[in-house]
Write a protein that binds this ligand. Structure first.
Ligand SMILES: *Cc1c(COP(=O)(O)O)cnc(C)c1O
Length: 431
C-alpha cells in the first residue's frame, strides 16, 4: 500500500471547511469508499499526490485533458496571456478566434456563445429551446448528466413514462414536471412520449455517447431516429457534447454519426483545462439570444482570455493528422488486454468503448441503458479501483464514469496498466 499520510491529513482538515472535503461530489471517493487523494501536480499522462506518489491518470480532469497534464504549448500560452491581462469584460480577438474554430469544426454550429461551464451551456440551451419553440417540456434520458441546473436533476420513476420526480431536494416539482425521462437507446419509448406530449416538447437533450453512467454508445440508427422524430414534431434536438466534442472526432459525435442537431453544448476539452462551456447551433435559433434577440443570458467572465487561449491552443493541437486514430488504437489496446485478462480469470466483464472513452462493467450482459448499467457489480468495480490505485493506476473513483485516454498516454503506460490489471483480476478472484 502506498503511503498517503499527507492526503489523509489534508482531507481530514478540509472536512470542517469544505463539504465532504471537496468542491464537487464526484471527487469525494464516496462511491468507492475511503479518502480521496489530494493532487499536487501532473505532467503528461501522470499525476502526483500530496505524498509524492505517482499514478497513470485515466480521469484526466474528467475529460478536458485530451493532451495530458501541463501540455507545454498550453502552459506557455496561458502564461503569456496572463501577463497581458486576465479579464477585460470587453470583447477580444481571442473570442472570435475560438468561435471560428468551433464553427469550422462542429458541422451543425453556425453561431456560438461562450459560457463558463457545461452546466451553463445546457441550462442556456434549454432556455433558448423553450423560447424558440414556445413550449416548456423537455425530454432527457435516464442516467444522463447535463450539469446541475434544476431541469436536469430529474430521474424517471420506475414506470416507463412517468413524468419527472426531482432527484435532488430543492428542485421544485413545477420544474420537475417539465422534464420527461426516457430510457437511453429506446426509440419506441421516445416515440410514445412524443405521441402523448409532442406538441408540448421543446427539445430532446442527449449525450450522443452517454458518458455519465459509464460509457454507452448509441445503438445504430438511434440518433438518426431522434433527429427525424424531433423534426416531425418541430421540437429541437440538443446534443450535449460536453464530453464528446473534440473527443471522439474533431467535429464531435455529430461528425462521427452524421447527425445534424439543432443546438450543441460544449465544454471540457474546449477549455484546455480552464473553466469553460459553449452552446451553439443554427443561426436562426441562436439569434433569439440577447443582444440580438430577447432571450437573456450573460456572464462576467464569459469568453475569458485565459480560458480562450488554453482552448484555442488545445484545438489547434488536435488538428494534427492521425490524432483520433492514435487515441483509438491506444484505447483499443487497453480494452483488448482487460477483456482477455478478465476472461482468463473467469471474471464477467462488458467493456464499452468509443474511441478514447471507455468503461468496464462487471456484468455478463450487454450494457445499453441505465438499467443494464446498474447490473454491474459495483463491489467488484470498487475492489478493482483500489487494487489498481495501489499499483499506481488512477481510474475514476466510481463505476458510472468514463475512463479517458489522452494523447500523452503511451504504449508503455498501457502495458504498465495491463500488468497491474493482471494482478488485480487475480486479486478479485480471491475476494
Ligand atoms: C461535465 C458535463 C456537463 C457539465 O459540465 P460542467 O462544466 O461540469 O458544468 C454537462 N454535460 C455533460 C455530458 C458532462 O459530462
Amino acid at each position: 500500500m502506498k503511503k498517503t499520510i499527507q492526503s489523509e491529513e489534508l482531507f481530514q482538515s478540509s472536512l470542517h471547511l469544505m463539504l465532504g472535503g471537496v468542491n464537487s461530489p464526484a471527487r469525494a471517493f464516496k462511491a468507492v469508499g475511503g479518502s480521496p487523494l489530494f493532487i499536487s501536480g501532473g505532467k503528461g499522462s501522470s499525476i502526483v499526490d500530496a505524498d509524492g506518489n505517482q499514478y497513470i491518470d485515466y480521469v484526466c480532469s474528467w475529460g478536458p485533458l485530451i493532451l495530458g497534464h501541463a501540455f507545454p504549448e498550453v502552459v506557455r500560452a496561458i502564461q503569456e496571456q496572463a501577463s497581458k491581462g486576465t479579464s477585460f469584460g470587453a470583447p477580444t480577438a481571442l473570442e472570435k478566434h475560438m468561435a471560428q474554430l468551433i464553427v469550422d469544426a462542429v458541422p451543425s454550429i453556425e453561431m456560438v456563445r461562450m459560457v463558463n461551464s457545461g452546466t451553463e451551456a445546457t441550462m442556456s440551451a434549454i432556455r433558448l429551446a423553450r423560447a424558440y419553440t414556445k413550449r416548456n417540456k423537455i425530454v432527457k434520458f435516464e442516467g444522463s448528466y447535463h450539469g446541475h441546473s434544476d431541469a436536469f436533476l430529474i430521474k424517471a420513476g420506475s414506470a416507463a413514462l412517468t413524468l419527472g420526480v426531482p432527484s435532488s431536494p430543492g428542485v421544485p416539482s413545477s420544474i420537475a414536471d417539465m422534464t420527461i425521462t426516457a430510457n437511453y437507446n429506446d426509440i419506441e419509448q421516445v416515440q410514445k412520449i412524443f405521441s402523448e406530449h409532442g406538441k408540448d416538447i421543446a427539445a430532446v437533450i442527449i449525450e450522443p455517447i452517454a458518458g455519465n453512467m459509464g460509457v454507452i454508445p448509441p445503438l445504430p440508427g438511434f440518433l438518426k431516429q431522434l433527429e427525424d422524430l424531433t423534426d416531425q414534431y418541430q421540437s429541437l434536438l440538443i446534443f450535449d457534447e460536453v464530453i464528446t466534442g473534440f473527443r471522439v472526432a474533431y467535429g464531435g459525435a455529430q461528425e462521427l454519426y452524421g447527425i445534424n442537431p439543432d443546438l450543441t453544448c460544449l465544454g471540457k476539452i474546449i477549455g484546455g483545462g480552464m473553466p469553460v462551456g459553449a452552446y451553439g447551433g443554427k443561426r436562426e435559433i441562436m439569434e433569439q439570444m440577447a443582444p440580438v434577440g430577447p432571450v437573456f443570458q450573460a456572464g462576467t467572465l464569459s469568453g475569458n482570455p485565459i480560458a480562450m487561449i488554453a482552448g484555442i491552443t488545445t484545438l489547434e493541437a488536435l488538428k494534427a493528422p492521425g490524432i483520433y486514430n492514435n487515441l483509438d488504437s491506444l484505447a483499443a489496446k487497453l480494452e483488448k488486454g482487460l477483456k482477455e485478462q478478465a476472461n482468463e480469470a473467469g471474471i464477467k466483464i462488458c467493456i464499452n468503448r468509443e474511441g478514447s472513452m471507455m468503461c468496464p462493467f462487471f456484468t455478463s450482459g450487454q450494457v445499453r441503458d441505465f438499467s443494464s448499467a446498474t447490473t454491474s457489480s459495483t463491489d467488484q468495480y470498487n475492489l478493482f479501483f483500489w487494487e489498481m490505485l495501489k499499483q499506481g493506476i488512477y481510474f475514476p473513483p466510481s463505476q458510472f464514469e468514463t475512463f479517458f485516454i489522452s494523447l500523452a498516454h503511451t504504449e508503455k503506460d498501457i502495458e504498465q496498466t495491463l500488468k497491474a490489471s493482471k494482478i488485480t483480476f487475480q486479486a478479485l478472484l480471491s475476494k
